[in-house]
Design a protein around this ligand. Structure first.
Ligand code: DI6
Ligand code: FE
Length: 403
């Protein structure tokens, strides 16, 4: 479908493109949109005459940013873990919670039991909350099925979300998330006999945009992740990794050696790993929701990431266990308050750098040729997006060629 060309006027463009101004800000700007892409952006007074005849829409002096991108979610899953949350706060030990069927296995059980339609409807309620905050692109992982049928079902639901709502979806295969009960004590067999064949099947069905794993003492070892990544490479799929969340197993370095799009969590990342990420162009994805929920105290090494020029993204990690965080705006606030990111870094983390973490080159900035995914805000300064807690100033969301 070809959208009508449009001229957005009377706005302040927070382009996040690399011009000399903070935030790539252009005040008193206009944006020309043609065929769902930005045709021109600049000071309204300098607008080329070829655009002056387009259908005008005044934005009344509001601030326009790129549409926000949540580059790490587990938004498709069955059930929730509220009772487990309550048990723990009433003093139950980890073992007691596990004996009562809690933890990641409870989400696997609930996800396996849920129909495709149930998974879709529950995910859409969460997606709609993000859409209301100006999110226009979302990444969605599998990883709560851990059997072939349910992993494929999760990925089909993730794809279906893009048919149900005007949002772009990138799918990530996360079969290497945990070992299911039926393979207890046989992690290697799970990887070789179930995870990898399921990845191949999901790829054959066109359901996979990237491949992820959970590299951790309580999950999979680097050599097991490497076997999954070898298959991803063979299939031509980019990789990313949950790395250095609870300990340092050298996951980020491993991921970088496969040219990973991103290494995520990274609280325990060291300078060696940061260097490897810088060399490979791997984005560091910071997930304050999991840090907060787990009451972690080890800070991700932002100064080292800055020193070596590693782009940093921010995401919700929206999942029922360690990050029931359904807000990209609160995620930005947490990035600033918990980790001392600047509001500009936080906004870059959910726009330009989030796009890079997903391998998307035509999203995340407002510039000629980019998809015209935009968020229009009732604010005067971009820092307000990170500053307020529990306040949503979205005025309007525009999604390029999507309807
Ligand atoms: N990182 C985490 O913290 C979890 N998964 C992951 O990759 C936990 C997921 C869960 O508890 O459901
Ligand atoms: Fe995660």
């Amino acid at each position: 479908m070809t959208a009508m060309p449009q001229l957005l006027t009377d706005l302040h463009a927070v382009t996040m493109a690399n011009n000399d101004a903070p935030y790539g800000m252009i005040r008193d700007a206009a944006i020309a949109v043609q065929d769902g892409r930005v045709a021109w952006v600049g000071p309204q007074a300098d607008m080329p005459t070829e655009y002056t005849g387009l259908d005008r829409r005044s934005l009344g002096g509001r601030v326009v940013t790129p549409g926000l991108i949540d580059c790490h979610t587990h938004i498709v899953h069955g059930g929730d873990r509220a009772v487990e949350f309550e048990m723990r706060l009433n003093g139950a030990s980890y073992e007691e919670v596990a004996r009562a069927g809690g933890g990641i296995v409870s989400t696997v059980k609930a996800t396996r039991a849920a129909s495709e339609e149930e998974l879709l409807q529950t995910a859409l309620r969460r997606v709609d909350v993000l859409i209301a905050e100006g999110v226009t692109t979302i990444e969605i992982k599998s990883g709560y099925g851990l059997d072939t049928e349910t992993e494929l079902r999760m990925l089909r639901v993730a794809r279906a979300i893009a048919d149900e709502r005007p949002i772009r979806v990138r799918t990530t295969f996360l079969g290497a998330h945990a070992t299911p009960e039926e393979y207890a004590g046989r992690d290697d067999a799970y990887i070789d006999e179930l995870c990898i064949p399921t990845l191949r099947a999901a790829h054959t069905d066109g359901l996979v945009d990237a491949v992820d794993g959970f590299c951790e003492g309580i999950a999979f070892q680097p050599d097991q992740i490497a076997r999954v990544f070898d298959v991803a490479r063979e299939l031509g799929l980019p990789v990313k990794l949950h790395a250095e969340q609870l300990s340092n197993l050298g996951g980020a370095k491993l991921a970088a050696s496969y040219g990973a799009l991103s290494a995520d969590h990274i609280e325990y990342l060291d300078e060696d790993g940061v260097r490897a990420m810088a060399d490979a162009g791997t984005v560091g994805v910071i997930l304050p929701g999991a840090f907060y929920t787990l009451r972690e105290t080890q800070q991700p090494p932002l100064d080292l990431l800055r020193k070596h020029g590693v782009p940093v993204a921010l995401a919700t990690d929206l999942n029922p266990g360690t990050s029931p965080l359904n807000s990209i705006l609160l995620t930005m606030n947490m990035g600033c308050t918990l980790f001392r990111m600047t509001p500009e870094e936080a906004l870059r983390g959910v726009t330009q750098h989030a796009a890079t973490a997903l391998g998307l080159t035509d999203l995340g900035t407002i510039a000629p040729g980019q998809l015209a995914d935009l968020a229009v805000w009732d604010i005067a300064e971009p820092a307000e997006l990170s500053y307020r807690i529990g306040f949503n100033p979205l005025h309007l969301r525009i999604t390029g060629d999507l309807t």
